[in-house]
Design a protein around this ligand. Structure first.
Ligand code: FES
Length: 119
């Protein structure tokens, strides 16, 4: 059964999933999240995408991905929208969320942290 908070979260984002569908949806989301050894997840939902002040075009992200040596993926809302823009880094089974990553300098600092964590 969906928790009340999770049901509210889904409802606010106009997502509907039945109790019967939920386990499969969560399995699919987990498999996607854990794909590959290392990944950086860039929230591309509102309000995050409006507060980003660095180039997050597909071509720039592909270049950054090659340079940093990890997959960079855009995602939907990651939850803490009040601290937008949000990025999440997964190195193996370790996770770190970064808040208020707005400027080019912030973005480069996160990429350096990712590179450093993989070293
Ligand atoms: S919109 Fe980015 S964390 Fe919610």
């Amino acid at each position: 059964m969906l928790s009340l908070n999770f049901a509210i979260f889904l409802n606010l984002r106009r997502l509907s999933v039945s109790d019967a569908e939920l386990p499969g949806v969560l399995r699919q989301a987990r498999a996607e999240y854990l794909a590959g050894d290392n990944r950086l997840y860039l929230c591309a939902a509102q309000p995050c995408c409006d507060q980003v002040r660095f180039d997050n075009s597909e071509i720039t992200l592909e270049t950054a991905s090659r340079e940093a040596g990890l997959t960079i993926s855009k995602t939907g809302c990651q939850g803490p929208c009040k601290q937008a823009p949000i990025l999440s880094l997964r190195i193996g089974e370790r996770n770190q969320m970064f808040a208020e990553v707005a400027t080019e300098k912030d973005w480069r600092a996160v990429l350096f942290a990712a590179w450093d964590a993989m070293s």
